[in-house]
Design a binder for this molecule. Structure first.
Ligand code: ADP
Ligand code: GLC
Length: 485
């Protein structure tokens, strides 16, 4: 099939979180399965140095993109890599700046214009350079694409059609704007109604994606069940229930060419299920890197790699960090995000430097070092559409403690003391004491070296490679293409 992806980030060109991993690796997997895959992305400031190392062709030096009364002149660059055609929308005013979506000062105020430009450029590419059978849109930044297609506002598409799959990676981000933005984006007022883009008096890009696409998917089966409930629907459950017949959950995969301790070039020593000795070297290396005492090599080390956002429940960790280390553990945190939370973790590491290390940065290498060097990985998320780090942790023999929700529930099976089945530990709720209790449980198993090696192996043998999930996407693409919706 000919598949066009539209997203706001994809590794190795741009990344703030798991969306980038998924768009990058799903696209390469689909190409590996023999499909023709194109991906449309913005050419951000952080993308430019990556492209400088590639062979880049310019397929449009001046592509006119209508945006209300304005016409934007964008260039379209193309890179062929991993069997995929990567198209980059080069609009310097909109994308050549720090921050994909915003800075510490807040979101970029012209995000609606920026992502409408991205969407319209993608539709122009679909009309001429890459006439696809299906368009796969990801998250709110791309939500207007199906709305424009369905409303006949995407000129030149072959047969006037392009079926759309819209994937929700995170319902917590809407793209909500004042309706005054509509004419500036060139969108007719007629789209602003309760069965269209209107959401509580605002324009919602996410709602556009949810309502106008042929099918809607999300990134785990559990999350697809959760988002039709008030607890997880975040006010959008009514809209999602309307699409229930077209809603499907497909678990994300892992790119084991990148996240695999046997071949990972970013860790101190390779290791595998048959020879775990390298993992101890990785732990030693990690302790040195983050300034925790080398003598503490046998003290269980709990790792966290995360955006510091409410979703991730790390305020709960910050509230009981001393209680956790008092149980006889150390904590290493890598993350950026909410300033207040960064400060709380920085304070803990100042107060308990032998027990808690906080690196408030974005650092891919350290992320790999933590996956390899920690004993336990903590993800107390309040909600988690899929979550990738717990799957990476399983592969690295780093036992996950997770909140039993979304993709965490689908991938981490709680340890059973009787049968020695299971690959991690579940938190029942977001109460701080549930977190302390789960860490206590995990540390008790850690003390039993036989049990611990079984729990590690149970995780390391799990296979979350992309092929299975990619096959499920292809089935959805085929259904969409044959129905033409
Ligand atoms: P989300 O997309 O909600 O942030 P995921 O678990 O799906 O959560 O994916 C997070 C991705 O971002 C992983 O690849 C993780 O390693 C990476 N990541 C998050 N924070 C950092 C950080 N501070 N430094 C390096 N990588 C990070
Ligand atoms: C989102 C979700 C995360 C998911 C990722 C990729 O950022 O928060 O759970 O793994 O998208 O689908």
């Amino acid at each position: 099939m000919k598949i066009l992806m539209l997203a706001s980030e994809a590794e190795p060109y741009s990344k703030t979180g798991g969306l980038a991993d998924v768009v990058g690796s799903l696209s390469r997997t689909l190409a590996g399965l023999g499909h023709e895959v194109g991906v449309v992305l913005p050419l951000y400031q952080e993308t430019a140095p990556v492209l400088a190392k590639r062979s880049v062709s310019t397929i449009h030096e001046h592509l006119a993109i209508p945006l209300g009364k304005e016409t934007r002149n964008v260039a379209i660059r193309r890179v062929a890599e991993g069997g995929v055609s990567w198209f980059f929308v080069d609009d310097k005013e909109y994308f050549d700046r720090p921050g994909l979506y915003g800075t510490s000062e807040g979101d970029h105020p012209d995000n609606p214009q920026r992502f409408t430009t991205l969407v319209r450029a993608a539709l122009a590419i679909a009309a001429s350079d890459f006439p696809a059978d299906v368009l796969h849109c990801h998250d709110w930044q791309t939500g207007l694409a199906p709305a424009l297609i369905k409303s006949g506002l995407a000129p030149g598409l072959p047969g006037g059609k392009l079926p759309v799959l819209f994937t929700i990676h995170n319902l917590g981000y809407d793209g909500l704007y004042d309706p005054a933005i509509l004419p500036r984006l060139g969108l007719p007022d007629e789209l602003f109604h309760v069965d269209g883009l209107e959401f509580h008096g605002k324009v919602s890009f996410l709602k556009a994606g949810l309502l106008y696409s042929g099918k809607v998917s999300t990134v785990s089966e559990a999350y697809s069940r959760e988002i039709i409930t008030p607890e997880f629907g975040l006010g959008k459950e009514g809209i999602i229930i309307r699409r229930e017949a077209d809603l499907i959950g497909i678990l994300n995969g892992v790119d084991y060419a990148v996240w695999n301790p046997e071949i990972d070039p970013l860790i101190a020593a390779p290791y595998s299920i048959d020879d775990l000795s390298g993992k101890r070297k990785c732990k030693r290396d990690l302790l040195a890197q983050v300034g925790l005492p080398a003598a503490a090599i046998d003290v269980p080390l709990i790792g966290i790699v995360s955006r510091l956002a409410w979703q991730k429940g790390l305020d709960i960790v910050a509230g009981v960090a001393n209680e956790i280390v008092d149980l006889g553990a150390m904590l290493v945190i890598l993350g950026t995000g909410e300033a207040a939370l960064e400060k709380r973790f920085a304070l803990w590491s100042e107060r308990l430097p032998d027990r808690i290390a906080a690196r408030l940065a974005y650092d891919n290498r350290l992320a790999h070092m933590i996956e390899a060097g920690a004993d336990v990985f903590l993800m107390p998320s309040r909600y988690e559409p899929c979550g990738l780090n717990q799957m990476y942790s399983l592969k690295y023999g780093t036992v996950p403690i997770v909140r039993a929700t979304g993709g965490l529930l689908d991938t981490v099976e709680p340890w059973d003391r009787e049968t020695w089945q299971g690959n991690g530990f579940h938190l029942a709720d977001d109460a701080p004491q549930s977190l302390v209790a789960a860490v206590k449980d995990a540390l008790a198993v850690y003390k039993n070296r036989d049990a611990w090696s079984v729990i590690m192996r149970n995780g390391m043998t799990r296979d979350y490679s992309w092929e299975r999930s990619a096959g499920k996407y292809v089935a959805v693409y085929r259904e969409l293409a044959s129905s033409g919706s």
